[in-house]
Ligand binder design. Structure first.
Ligand code: NAD
Ligand code: WQD
Length: 339
């Protein structure tokens, strides 16, 4: 069965391609490489012994996208393609709305034209915005706080409208918490451009000596040690969650949102100490001002995904640290490192 993976060259997409290939799916990837390197797909092949069919296509190019559907009998789509940097989205909102929303509209139009109605969509826990209590569950009122988050929120609403107009659609909205870690092989992993925005790639780049020290954004949050608390989920657990969601949309119709998280929160200091303990690398840090827009605590209730998809995260923070470090230490320059 052929599955189209948009954004399949990226961090979560490449890990999901590995799991799809290992599970026996044929994989067609569409990616314009605006935030990824094609080398990731070579490495997916090294891990699985199988290749994906790759198209360097922008979702905004409807004609090129339609050609892919003409050439392949696509049965379902896993839709990762999008821009994801929160800070950048504040400065470049039009770029984010255009790429993420128009890209999704075009994808849905083409899917409708070709009678493909099964989609797994990369949403984000960012759609919960500021809430009074944790853990976040899928029934909460949503409210994004930045343009990136609003693209996810709007796309969730658009996909609901698409289903309302044609009840043949089966759509899973996967709200990821904080994806981290790398494939056990250390061959694929996260390779951000420039200085990382997110905690984990920052920690691993300090550990490998590319960055001097970590700034811990805020030491006065109402948490047990004053630093921000997040639900860190191993990227391979997340990838497997996509396979479970795919099976679900292949067998049902409707729109369903699922939290993909562990249900546990760890503070920034706990993550630093865990990384130091499992890898033996010291992470110099200093506590600085809070980062604008950050919330104190975010973790999800993943019980709906367990009940309806039969999925739960199994990898803990020690494995996350070990795997992230294996990737970073073997690939100090990401995909530009020769293996
Ligand atoms: P990524 O940037 O590594 O992967 C996204 C891929 O999409 C990239 O390869 C990029 O080149 C491609 N792309 C972007 N716009 C495109 C377009 N118009 N046409 C074709 N390809 C395009 O990001 P990721 O971390 O793998 O995230 C995947 C998805 O998950 C994104 O939609 C992101 O918003 C969402 N998400 C990510 C996180 C996270 O922390 N990584 C958390 C929640 C949700
Ligand atoms: C985690 C914690 C920071 C960097 C973001 C997006 C969210 C989702 C996942 C896409 C926080 C602290 C960070 C640093 C630090 N992405 N931190 N020093 O902000 O929870 O979520 O990625 O959908 O939408 O907002 O992740 O990794 O940036 O931060 O102290 O250099 O680490 O303050 O408490 P975040 P993060």
């Amino acid at each position: 069965m052929k599955v189209l993976v948009t954004g399949g060259v990226g961090y979560i997409g490449s890990h999901t391609c590995v799991e799809l290939l290992n599970a026996g799916y044929e994989v067609v990837v569409v990616d314009n490489l605006m935030n990824s390197k094609q080398e990731a797909l070579e490495r997916v092949k090294d891990i699985t012994g199988k290749g994906v069919l790759f198209y360097n296509v922008d979702l905004l190019d409807k004609e090129a996208l339609s050609k892919v559907f003409l050439e392949h009998e696509i049965r379902a789509v896993i839709h990762f393609a999008g821009l994801k940097a929160v800070g950048e989205s504040v400065f470049l909102p039009l770029k984010y709305y255009h790429n993420n929303i128009t890209g999704t509209l075009i994808l849905c139009e083409v899917m409708e034209e070709f009678g493909v109605h099964q989609m797994v969509f990369s949403s984000s826990a960012t759609v919960y915005g500021l809430q009074d209590c944790v853990p976040f569950h899928e029934g909460l009122t949503l409210q994004a706080t930045n343009p990136y988050g609003r693209t996810k929120l709007m796309i969730e609403e658009i996909l609901q409208d698409v289903y309302d107009s044609n009840n043949n659609w089966g759509i899973a909205l996967l709200r990821y918490f904080n994806p981290v870690g790398a494939h056990l092989s250390g061959v694929i992993g996260e390779d951000p451009n420039g200085i990382p925005n997110n905690l984990f790639p920052y920690i691993t780049q300090v550990a490998v000596g590319k960055l001097e020290k970590l700034s811990v954004f805020g030491g006065d949050y109402p948490t047990h040690d004053g630093t921000g608390v997040r639900d860190y989920i191993h990227v391979v657990d997340l990838a497997i969650g996509h396979l479970k969601a795919l099976e679900h949309v292949l067998n049902t119709t409707g729109v369903n949102a699922y939290n993909l998280g562990t249900g546990k929160g760890y503070s920034v200091l706990e993550m630093i100490h865990s990384f130091e303990k499992t890898t033996g690398k010291k992470i110099p840090y200093q506590i600085t001002e809070r980062r604008s827009g950050d919330i104190a605590i975010s973790y999800g209730d993943p019980s709906k995904a367990k009940k309806e998809l039969g999925w739960e995260a199994v990898k803990g923070i020690d494995e996350i640290c070990e795997d992230a470090w294996r990737w970073q230490s073997k690939n100090p320059n990401g995909y530009e490192t020769k293996l």
